[in-house]
Design a protein around this ligand. Structure first.
Ligand code: SF4
Length: 96
């Protein structure tokens, strides 16, 4: 077999291996993001739709605001729609 053909064959194998590795890495990232997006259940962190002890979701570092100050948003840790006036046991003060 001519040397050029061997080189092309090796290059094709390496390209295929690189493609497979990239696909596996991408699938892993998608799975991790899906798990993060899902979050833990409200019940598991004792979520409630009202403040507790002067703390509420709008003052939590994990809160992702909705379209307005009064609209429900989401949470980086808890699944589902989250009231800015809610609270759960994961409450963490926003950085000053
Ligand atoms: S972690 Fe709890 S308190 Fe903080 S935003 Fe999410 S649901 Fe609200």
């Amino acid at each position: 077999m001519p040397e050029d053909r061997k080189f092309d064959g090796r290059r094709a194998v390496l390209k295929k291996a690189a493609g497979i590795s990239a696909a596996i890495a991408a699938a892993g990232m998608i799975a991790i993001r899906a798990a993060e997006a899902a979050g833990v259940s409200k019940a598991s962190v004792h979520y409630q739709d009202k403040p507790k002890g002067g703390h509420q979701c709008s003052g939590c570092a994990l809160f992702v605001p909705g379209s307005s100050a009064t609209a429900n948003g989401t949470c980086k840790a808890v699944a589902g729609s989250i009231s800015p006036h809610g609270w759960c046991m994961l409450w963490t003060a926003k950085a000053a």
